[in-house]
Design a protein around this ligand. Sequence first.
Ligand code: HEC
Length: 126
Amino acid sequence: MFKDTALSTNGLSCNSCHTGNAAYNASFAQPYPHPVQMAVDGYAMAQIYLDEMVQLCMVRPMAARPLDWQSQTLADLVAYVGEVQKTFTPNPCAARNPCAARNPCTAKNPCAARNPCAARHPCKAR
Ligand code: HEC
């Protein structure tokens, strides 16, 4: 269902944007409800639940009507994305401010070499 383009009116599926956890921001790592920029900007919603977030992506990026709240499709998408969330860690490259990268101490950080702040980071001294 995550790959079903029939859910949208613009030829996209959820997977078109979210392949390999693409397009998710750091907020996705937080338990729901939490603020999501798209919901704050578009709907003045201070916080959002996961089912509402799926509906928001249906309406905005998928350019479709919201799913029936009682539908199996919505339940399945919520269950699937909820599983994805459990192992989601924010991509440090996505941070707008390179100094704000969550864990600049990790050797696994692929941005470390490109991070202009890395040299000045206190973790480096260790
Ligand atoms: C055209 C691209 C696009 C499509 C298609 C799309 N999304 Fe998204 N989605 C986004 C973007 C961009 C964000 C990040 C919004 C933000 O952080 O402000 C997002 C965020 C999310 C989040 C995480 C919000 C959080 O808690 O931070 C979930 C869950 C999500 N989408 C589910 C879906 C599902 C399910 C579908 C299919 C029904 C879908 N998306 C289709 C672009 C898309």
